[in-house]
Ligand binder design. Structure first.
Ligand code: SF4
Length: 348
């Protein structure tokens, strides 16, 4: 396993560090397994990371610049997961290894708090859940997110979370406290509500309807929640009836928005997904090879078609900020201060 000379992701450079800096040293790795059914077959590699806030290069397609990822690997085990490739940087397997060899940055909360306190940090938005799910099952045991949210709350630092995990509801009070002092965005990923497809392609995730319960609960708590309808899976989850059922369910959950994203198959994910496709839907292999002949992304015409269909359905079902009760948003002043200085905040 290659622990040295590691950056978080070639697309994400740790801040304040040269590119060949190690996030952690081999001497700091503790490997554990837990004798519970929930973690059967899963190995955890606990590390003390050297940095936690990562910069996304400007050339990236991502709409955010800074990220925090307390975990590497994900037991949600989505067959299509684009983060699989990142496991190869550790010389770990990008297939089953990604699903079962989980790196845990046990000092993530203290590192983040230190980073937020730095004079060099200017309170930029931090995105989480952008590489792997920060509310995957491991979080139930390691409980890193409460400390992370507390730090962000205390420094009134805006942030967003994208997740497929229902565990986020454990931290609802903290999210509510943070939303009192800064911008908090939460999105839940639900690409489809087809249970058969879910069982095979996202075997470690909570069921789509449980995720939509999260959307509902967050909305009821005053934290507006959007749905990233991702991925829309060609020929398996893109039938107009499936799109309609999904958008209908998203609307019923009170989502503030729905954003479709067609499956993309980057190296690492592509091999694993195509192998799964060959086992479960062999008749589709040729169609996929043609659809993804140009690379990792489906053709523009296909993406546009899905986007148009979903937007039309969203309009039909009335999804949008005006429909759901708007979350209370407070804007913090420039200098990060503890949240208790609420009198200095401005209601948007
Ligand atoms: S939940 Fe997200 S990070 Fe985890 S396996 Fe699925 S797509 Fe990957």
């Amino acid at each position: 396993m290659r622990w040295e000379n590691l950056t978080e992701n070639p697309a994400e450079i740790p801040t304040g560090r040269v590119t060949d800096a190690a996030l952690f040293g081999a001497d700091t790795v503790t490997t554990r397994t837990f004798d519970t059914p929930e973690f059967a077959g899963v190995t955890f590699h606990e590390i003390r990371a050297r940095s936690i806030v990562n910069r996304v290069p400007g050339a990236s397609r991502m709409p955010f610049e800074w990220t925090v990822n307390p975990y590497r690997g994900c037991t949600h085990a989505c067959v299509y997961c684009f983060a699989r490739k990142t496991h190869s940087y550790l010389d770990l397997d990008t297939g089953l290894g990604f699903d079962s060899q989980i790196v845990v940055k046990v000092n993530a909360p203290e590192l983040l708090r230190r980073h937020l306190a730095s004079r060099r940090w200017h309170g930029e938005h931090i995105a989480m859940g952008t590489n792997v799910d920060c509310y995957q099952r491991a979080e139930g045991r390691y409980r890193l997110m409460p400390g992370i949210i507390e730090a962000l709350r205390d420094y009134a630092n805006p942030f967003s979370i994208l997740t497929k995990g229902t565990l986020i509801l454990r931290d609802l009070d903290l999210l509510r406290q943070a939303a009192e002092v800064t911008d908090v965005g939460v999105s839940v990923s639900v690409g489809f509500v087809d249970r058969e497809l879910w069982r095979t392609v996202e075997p470690g995730t909570p069921a789509p309807e449980r995720r939509l319960d999260v959307v509902r609960a967050l909305g009821e708590a005053g934290i507006g929640c959007g749905v990233l309808m991702a991925p829309v899976i060609p020929f398996l989850g893109d039938h107009p009836v499936q799109l309609r059922e999904t958008v209908r369910a998203v609307a019923a959950a009170g989502a503030t928005s729905v954003t479709p994203l067609v499956l993309h198959l980057r190296p690492g994910a592509r091999e694993w997904f195509m192998s799964w496709l060959g086992q479960h839907h062999p008749h589709l292999v040729r169609r996929y090879e043609r659809l993804y002949a140009e690379g990792a992304y489906a053709p523009k015409w296909y993406q546009r078609r899905i986007t148009r269909q979903v937007h039309e359905l969203a309009e039909e079902f009335g999804i949008g900020p005006s429909r759901a009760e708007a979350p209370r948003r407070l804007r913090a002043r420039q200098e990060p201060e503890p949240a208790s200085a609420a009198t200095q905040l401005t209601l948007l």
